[in-house]
Design a protein around this ligand. Structure first.
Ligand code: SF4
Ligand code: SF4
Length: 141
């Protein structure tokens, strides 16, 4: 896991115990890549009711000659924004402004693991749930 503004094992434990996702969608946007294993591919296909070939053609992109990753798409930002955002192909924005994953329970382990097992250096700024946790954590100190 990357260092956090609060740093250390105590904050990592706070994430495990108290993190609440605000469904802001930030972790599914940008130019990061989402890897998936062959069993995960099977689960995603089953969840969507599609065959492997269809999935790879429509929802995946080649990282290199051996590995596929989830594909991105470009989406117009929230009302008032003109810039297009890079989204994972399975990210959805709901009418209430919150975000969700079309794969729900079948999303790859990499997605399930955030922010419990890994975060990026800027995650405590970009992830709304982590921002709240950082604020609480600092108040308690
Ligand atoms: S698969 Fe779902 S959880 Fe993972 S990056 Fe895409 S939208 Fe987000
Ligand atoms: S960035 Fe954080 S709060 Fe936003 S959807 Fe991802 S895990 Fe949830």
């Amino acid at each position: 896991m990357a260092d956090t503004p609060t740093g250390g094992e105590e904050f990592r434990q706070a994430i495990v115990a108290r993190f609440e996702c605000a469904r802001c969608g930030a972790c599914c946007k940008g130019d990061g890549i989402v890897r998936f294993s062959s069993p995960e591919l099977e689960r995603m296909c089953a969840a969507l009711g599609v065959r492997r070939r269809y999935f790879l053609k429509n929802f995946a992109a080649r990282l290199d000659s051996r590995e596929w990753i989830l594909r991105d798409r470009f989406v117009t930002g929230p009302p008032g924004f003109t810039e297009r955002e890079q989204w994972c192909i399975f990210l959805e924005r709901h009418p209430d402004g919150r975000h969700g994953c079309r794969l729900d329970g079948a999303k790859p382990a990499q997605c399930h693991a955030f922010p419990y097992d890994w975060i990026n250096p800027d995650s405590c700024q970009t992830c709304a749930g982590l921002r709240l946790l950082v604020a609480d954590f600092k108040l308690e100190k």
